[in-house]
Design a protein around this ligand. Structure first.
Ligand SMILES: [Zn+2]
Length: 238
């Protein structure tokens, strides 16, 4: 293992069933753009359609995983913030039982937040778990959203996966919303009705739609750069 494990060390806990040790997600050290490209490929490969797919349950099943509902009473560990957009209860465990992985979602979350949390946990599975495996381990556990690199990567993955940049730009055009109006807008206030429509279309919370629009504005190259080569967490070094 490398020194980078250290940032998530608190997540290393003993397994309940077999005495297994669950390793924390390992950062793939991919750039923001590489994660963007990786998520785009993943979306194509998994056939995710943000319009048709109300949730990610089918994709999780297809990957051999299972989603379970958790309440505060059967919360798996004390780690993770409990007052962020996500409740901090959501988690992913790899290598426990006979499923490939298990994603736990706080039962009190709304469908939009469940969708985002699932995509975040899938980010850990697709981006970080290959690195854990590469270092010789076959278990992993991540819970909530922390401040470490691996969590940033999972968060980037979720944003990229759920809000395809070209589609978002297109929907803004359909809504007659000129993205350029956000360029000099210091508060970055997206008109309420536009934001509500985008939340409806992409089925993620306004917070994340705004975050994605911010990325597009502050990073104009994003639109041209996204249709390129293959990126994999284990083969690309930055
Ligand atoms: Zn996480």
């Amino acid at each position: 293992m490398t020194a980078t494990n250290f940032e998530n060390e608190s997540l290393l806990v003993d397994g309940e069933d077999r005495g297994d040790v669950f390793y924390p997600p390992e950062p793939a050290r991919l750039s923001r753009l590489q994660i963007e490209q990786f998520a785009q490929k993943a979306r194509e490969r998994l056939g995710f359609d943000f319009r048709k797919d109300d949730d990610l349950d089918e994709i999780v099943r297809h990957l051999g995983g299972q989603i379970v509902s958790v309440g505060r009473e059967n919360k798996m560990s004390e780690s993770g913030p409990v007052d962020s957009e996500s409740s901090g209860l959501s988690y992913i465990v790899v290598g426990k039982g006979d499923k490939k992985f298990e994603i736990g979602l706080d039962k009190d979350l709304g469908p939009e937040q469940k969708r985002f949390d699932t995509a975040h946990e899938l980010g850990h599975y697709l981006v970080n778990y290959p690195i854990v495996k590469k270092s010789g381990h076959d278990t992993m556990k991540a819970q909530g959203v922390g401040l470490g690199r691996a969590d940033w990567e999972a968060q980037w993955f979720a944003l990229s996966f759920l809000l395809p940049v070209d589609q978002l730009v297109k929907e803004c055009q359909n809504l007659d919303f000129d993205l350029n109006t956000l360029c000099d807008n210091e508060e970055f206030s997206v008109p309420k009705e536009i934001l509500a429509s985008l939340v409806d279309i992409f089925k993620v919370e306004a917070f994340y739609v705004t975050a994605r629009l911010k990325e597009i504005i502050k990073w104009p190259g994003l639109i041209q750069k996204t249709s390129v080569r293959e990126v994999s967490p284990t083969s690309t070094e930055t």
